[in-house]
Design a protein around this ligand. Structure first.
Ligand SMILES: *Cc1c(COP(=O)(O)O)cnc(C)c1O
Length: 362
């Protein structure tokens, strides 16, 4: 079975973990520090702050940006739930805006329509590994004096016009969850150029401590372990190779699926390096089978698939209670019914890709 995701764990990762275990220094220490230095270099940012999940990274970043109760934060309903949960975690109000049909990312025009005097920040997502519409979105944020938190959890190594994911907003959040392009089992990293934000995020990671056993504000235990950092440091050396393989696999699929009626392959923006955390096609009405039938046909050929995401966030009870209903975000709702992600991770072979193309062509 070709699964939709598969972490790649080599001898290097195993050795690095054993070295940490042998050292006896398991909690946040030297490996975490090294990871932060090297990750900041990768993103071209001044700071990187390691935490224990992408969710923690989003939460700490929103705190550092000063988002609090009474504030509104605009984001996309077509993302993993952690993107918007961090808004609730800070006691702020989540405000959704519809997405762009081609990129699946937050639509800047729709975002601007949602701005009120209470809006404090925008969380655009680099969904599936392609950077959000940063030119337009950042211009809007600047015009209204809003902060941008880039949810780059799916986009490590992605670029737009030569600039790296994690460097587009005031702050950014990455995830090192087991299925992500680089991983440490669980883990997260915050990036920023601003000293003040970095310092706040570091404090928030460690109970709000300002000096030894001095606590200014509420914080959490969001620290990463040296064990996780040791894995991530090895993955960091391989991430460009991993991403290149995903890009190559995506290219083969897109070429192989060209012209199949009712199937739309992923759109890549001019100037974008899309790192294909997910390779997501649209299964339209003109296609001979329903999406479910295609899923079953692929499964019969030992190909696993994923639906990211089957239901936009505004339709889940946790968010619907803010007054959202079916019909509010037509693009997100339509795409949720059509998306289908095919495996393109580095362990997927040319044979696997051929078999996917064959099944989809029918
Ligand atoms: C994975 C992911 C997260 C959350 O990361 P965790 O490490 O699982 O907490 C947040 N946002 C997006 C878009 C993600 O894909």
């Amino acid at each position: 079975m070709v699964n939709i995701a598969k972490p790649i764990i080599g001898e290097e990762e195993k050795k690095a973990v054993m070295a940490v275990l042998d050292s006896g220094m398991l909690a946040q220490g030297e490996q975490v520090k090294q990871l932060e230095e090297q990750f900041a270099k990768l993103c071209g940012t001044k700071h990187a702050i390691a935490v224990n999940s992408g969710t923690a990274a989003l939460h700490a970043a929103l705190y550092a940006l000063g988002v609090k109760e009474g504030d509104e934060v605009i984001t996309t309903p077509f993302t993993f739930v952690a993107t918007s949960n961090c808004i609730l975690m800070q006691g702020a109000k989540p405000v959704f805006a519809d997405i762009d049909e081609k990129t699946f990312n937050l639509n800047p025009v729709k975002t601007e329509e949602k701005i009120t005097p209470n809006t404090k920040a925008i969380i655009p997502v680099d969904l599936f590994g392609q950077i959000y519409n940063a030119e337009q979105m950042n211009e809007i944020a600047e015009r209204y004096g809003l902060k941008i938190l880039e949810d780059a959890c799916q986009a490590v190594g992605a670029e737009l016009n030569g600039k790296k994911a994690g460097s587009f907003g005031d702050m950014a959040a990455f995830s090192l969850y087991a299925t992500k392009n680089m991983m440490s089992g669980e883990g997260g990293i915050i990036t920023t150029d601003k000293d003040e934000y970095a310092e706040k995020a570091r404090r928030f990671r460690h109970h709000g401590q300002t000096a030894t056993y001095e606590y200014a504000e509420l914080g959490y235990n969001y620290r990463m372990t040296n064990i996780q950092a040791a894995i991530a440091l090895e993955q960091l050396k391989k991430i460009e190779k991993f991403n290149q393989k995903r890009i190559q696999n995506a290219k083969i699929l897109t070429e192989g699926l060209a012209g199949v009626k009712g199937i739309t392959t992923p759109y890549i923006k001019p100037g974008a390096k899309h790192v294909f955390h997910q390779y997501t096609i649209l299964v339209g009405q003109e296609y001979g089978k329903t999406r479910d039938e295609l899923v079953q046909a692929l499964k019969a050929a030992d190909i696993g698939t994923g639906i990211f995401y089957p239901k936009p966030l505004h339709l889940h009870p946790v968010y619907a209670k803010y007054g959202y209903k079916e019909g509010d975000f037509p693009v997100a709702e339509k795409l949720a019914k059509q998306v289908l992600s095919l495996p393109v991770h580095p362990s997927v072979t040319d044979e696997d890709l051929k078999s996917m193309i064959k099944v989809i062509k029918g």
